[in-house]
Design a protein around this ligand. Structure first.
Ligand code: FAD
Length: 495
């Protein structure tokens, strides 16, 4: 291993590094804007879909909105005075990313309809291939391929036999009219809860198939008035103040405390959720069915202003019996009952362990990322994998996930990556990635810290790996911010 506290070899006089950005969601757009800003204009952005936006392009289900305040879920450099609500709907978020990408001259640089299928480090450079057989080469890869990207389908017997319409929440069939239909929703994550609230008054019957009850934090979602928007346009500092306040609230009241299961602030969140359940669900039997048997925030916390009202509508049913199988006319539960349906929505989440894949990525000496990650994905500081030089991930494995702005996370990560790129730009080295030694140390510390987080307090969630250990950043968000402010260069293998 070499360290780059001192230059090891001067870079050759190449005209300037070329960057390959994979993915044009929030992170890919950010990368392109920041590369331009840093004076790197030689880059390509590959996007497999025919539109940018990632998550917000793909999730168009009724009721979709962000669950962190919109002025916080915005790029820090591109505040948006037009947000309609405190938590604005998904279509607005999609429009925001499209607008920012256009204004910053990024849209025209995206190569749409090109999925990167192969990405190999050969002779000191990254060679990529797209699904149409085209190739490209570059010095750096920015993998902005998303976390909640590949829909996870439940393994339920007979799903194929259903004669109504069935689709995943991230593949919503918008052409299908739902008025007067009997709709079933499987799952109780954030998407399911948003769908139930939005649909219940439109459909004839709504059945929510619940395996695990969820704690629900009550939030209000007021619309911004035209006067407020005018004020935001006139005085951008007003938006900055809201952003700052939301950032502080989410960091101090939330992200920082999740990592300490004993924190009194977690108890305060628990109390708020419990009071929401007690005060807003009148039928004691329904209330008990909706009461989780684990601690609030062990799973990603649901924020909703109206879910409990929705599930108590006369046409709504909470089904907790457990699904036996799907039949041609509906869902058969373990108590033998058939729930007849016209539409079945699978709000069953995402394959979060897939990160970057199915792209075939090979690092030094043809080492396959699939092989390196055979026991589960990992990355030093969520960004770099040893022996995959000049390959950086945004929102990669072991990064902060939870109820806060992943835009904030990606911005911090990109600033860190640029400092690593600077090692190459300055001629200190030509290749930079985490050393194995640093990776092992980071992973051991991460595993140890993960045990005392709330996510390890006894529930099943997508935060856990196969062994039941939380995979997310297990320290405070303040620590993440601090780590991201400056790479510990001694932890990097530079050549
Ligand atoms: C329903 C839902 C609600 C959410 N709400 C919030 C929220 O309130 N707050 C929050 O912070 N986060 C939220 N998230 C998380 C959200 O995913 C992130 O905030 C953010 O949008 C991620 O952006 P990204 O660019 O990293 O990934 P994505 O948005 O997933 O974009 C990745 C892009 O890469 C492309 N791509 C992938 N592989 C390839 C390849 N091999 N070749 C070419 N292109 C490829 C994809 O097509 C996609 O466009 C939510 C996620 C979901 C699913």
């Amino acid at each position: 291993m070499t360290t780059d506290s001192q230059p090891t070899r001067a870079a050759s006089a190449r005209p300037g590094p070329r960057f390959l950005v994979i993915g044009a969601g929030m992170s890919g757009i950010l990368s392109a804007i920041k590369l331009k800003e840093a004076g790197f204009d030689d880059f390509a952005i590959y996007e497999k879909a025919d539109r940018l936006g990632g998550t917000w392009r793909e999730n168009t289900y009724p009721g979709i909105s962000c669950d962190v305040p919109s002025h916080f879920y915005s790029y820090s450099f591109a505040p948006n005075p037009e947000w309609s609500h405190r938590f604005s709907p998904g279509a607005e978020i999609q429009a925001y990313f499209e607008d920012v990408a256009r204004r910053y001259g990024v849209s025209s640089r995206i190569q749409f309809g090109k999925e990167v299928t192969r990405c190999a480090f050969e002779d000191g450079r990254w060679q990529i291939e797209t699904d149409d057989g085209a190739t490209d080469a570059g010095d750096f890869v920015i993998a902005a391929t998303g976390v909640l990207h590949h829909p996870a389908y439940p393994d339920i017997q007979g799903l194929d036999s259903f004669e109504g319409s069935v689709f995943h929440s991230a593949r919503w069939n918008r052409a299908l009219p739902l008025a007067g239909k009997r709709v079933g929703v499987i799952g109780t994550g954030s998407s399911a809860i948003q769908i139930v609230s939005a649909l219940v008054d439109e459909v004839a019957e709504l059945s929510l198939f619940q395996r695990t009850a969820q704690w629900v934090l009550p939030v209000e979602n007021p619309a911004y008035s035209e006067e407020e928007k005018a004020e935001f346009r006139r005085r951008p500092e007003a938006m900055a103040e809201i952003r700052e306040e939301a950032s502080r609230a989410f960091t101090e009241g939330f992200a920082n405390v999740l990592v300490d299961a004993e924190s009194p602030l977690l108890q305060a969140i628990q109390d708020l959720c419990a009071a929401n359940l007690e005060n807003n669900v009148t039928d004691p039997e329904l209330r008990e069915k909706l009461r989780p048997d684990y601690r609030a925030t062990c799973k990603r916390l649901i924020m909703s202003e109206d879910f409990y009202q929705a599930i108590q509508r006369p046409n709504a049913r909470l089904v907790t019996e457990g699904i036996e199988r799907v039949e041609k006319s509906g869902v058969r539960t373990r108590d033998g009952r058939l729930h007849e349906l016209d539409v079945l929505v699978l709000a069953t989440g995402f394959g979060v362990e897939r990160f970057v894949r199915p792209m075939q990525v090979t690092g030094r000496g043809g080492m396959a990322l699939d092989e390196v990650w055979k026991d589960g994905p990992f990355a030093y500081m969520a960004i770099s994998v040893p022996d995959f030089p000049n390959f950086f991930m945004l929102n990669g494995p072991n990064g902060p996930v939870g109820n806060f702005s992943l835009i904030d996370v990606a911005e911090l990560q990109f600033a860190y990556i640029l400092q690593l790129v600077d090692q190459v730009r300055s001629g200190a080295c030509r290749e930079v990635c985490a050393s194995w030694e640093a990776m092992r140390r980071f992973d051991a510390e991460r595993r140890e810290a993960a045990k005392s987080t709330i996510w390890a307090s006894g529930c099943k969630s997508w935060y856990l790996d196969d062994s039941g250990l939380p995979t997310a950043w297990p320290w405070t968000f303040d620590r993440f911010r601090e780590e991201m402010s400056q790479p510990r260069l001694g932890d990097f293998d530079t050549r």
